[in-house]
Design a protein around this ligand. Structure first.
Ligand code: ACO
Length: 323
């Protein structure tokens, strides 16, 4: 018997305000055509004034709990993957715990930028397999619009706000690839690349700071490392891209998504793509894409899914899940 972390519920939340590429043309020296052809992005959602990351996370959490048929107090642990917590501390996760009215369990954040959801899933799986938790709410939630430098057109057009969540529950399997749940994980980071993608503020500067990125360099690492990590996690199971029903990738750039799928020999009609509607929502992008992909009738129970992401650090990794 093998303990598996099985997906019991999925949900997402997007703030009401939609900002189109045309809206951005009025703010910065850019064009809809440039943004579409370079990134695939057409629109993104921005949180309202006063709407915090923990508010988006709580809405996504409630949707995932409803999907699972569970109440907040059925949950043992909350992990929020975010780089944009409401405050430096306490964590966004404890804020969500409070907003859900949960009086038991424990909650903490994971910070691995755009790869955050993959790292959070790995943490949740470890808690479940070591029997420290039976049900874990894993949330990716971000308000990256607040980290944008509106004078830097090479970054401010790429990001958006949102949240996605999954409920993982302990289940049992026979240890084969037919089991439902998380089947394999591959994680990496390399701090030598810290200057490629970072926020130039924090406790040391006394200001929140703005996102800075060497886009071309990040792009180069992304295409190479995403295909590699997906290959590694599938390889642990003796599988290849041919066995995958859906890739649910981090949604940063359509060209990165397509190049990674191509390297994995997976056609684009087996890739969930939401970047056109959400932009890059960092740690929220994979659970958002998973939830939207399920609502669209793409991913369904029993499917073999690979999620892969890369973010500042650099951090990167992948998770293979049978839904
Ligand atoms: N509108 C119009 N022109 C622009 C804009 C804009 N918004 N931004 C840049 N340009 C110009 C540049 O100034 C440059 O002009 P020049 O040739 O006269 O100097 C030209 O467009 C080309 O710029 P590049 O940077 O070479 O464009 P590129 O094709 O590399 O695309 C992009 C840029 C979209 C940022 C790409 O490099 C990319 O997607 N990189 C990866 C980003 C990524 O995935 N980041 C997220 C990682 S996740 C995380 O942890 C947050």
């Amino acid at each position: 018997m093998t303990i598996r972390a099985v997906v019991k519920g999925i949900g997402h939340y997007l703030p009401d305000r939609i900002v189109s590429n045309a809206d951005l043309e009025a703010l910065v020296d850019t064009t809809d055509e440039w943004i579409r052809t370079r990134s695939g992005i057409e629109r993104r959602h921005f949180a309202a004034e006063g709407q915090m990351t923990s508010d988006l996370a709580t809405r996504a959490a409630l949707a995932a709990l409803a999907d699972a048929g569970l109440e907040p107090d059925d949950i043992d642990a909350i992990i929020v993957a975010t780089s944009t917590p409401d405050l430096t501390f306490p964590s966004a996760a404890t804020m969500v715990q409070g907003k859900l009215g949960m009086t038991r369990g424990f909650a903490f954040d994971v910070q691995a930028v755009c790869a955050g959801f993959v790292f959070a899933m790995a943490n949740a799986q470890a808690l479940i397999v070591s029997e420290q938790a039976t049900r874990v709410l894993v949330i990716g939630a971000e308000t990256f619009s607040r980290l944008m430098d509106w004078k830097d057109r090479s970054t401010c057009v790429l990001f958006g706000d949102g949240a996605g969540a999954v409920v993982l529950e302990a289940g049992t399997g026979d240890g084969s690839n037919a089991d439902r749940g998380i089947l394999a994980i591959d994680l990496h980071s390399d701090g030598r690349f810290k200057d490629l993608l970072y926020v130039d503020g924090g406790v040391s500067t006394g200001a929140t700071g703005k996102l800075r990125m060497h886009g071309k360099e990040v792009f180069r690492h992304a295409v190479e490392k995403l295909a590699q990590t997906a290959h590694t996690s599938l390889g642990k199971l003796g599988l290849t891209g041919d066995d995958v029903d859906w890739i649910v990738p981090h949604q940063a750039n359509l060209r990165i998504i397509a190049a990674t799928a191509h390297k994995m020999h997976v056609p684009m009609d087996r890739v969930v793509v939401t970047v056109q509607d959400h932009g890059n929502t960092s740690a929220a992008s994979i659970p958002l894409a998973l939830s939207v992909g399920r609502d669209r009738g793409q991913v369904k129970s029993g499917d073999l899914i690979v999620t892969e992401a890369i973010g500042g650090g650099l951090t990167w990794g992948s998770v293979v899940i049978r839904l």
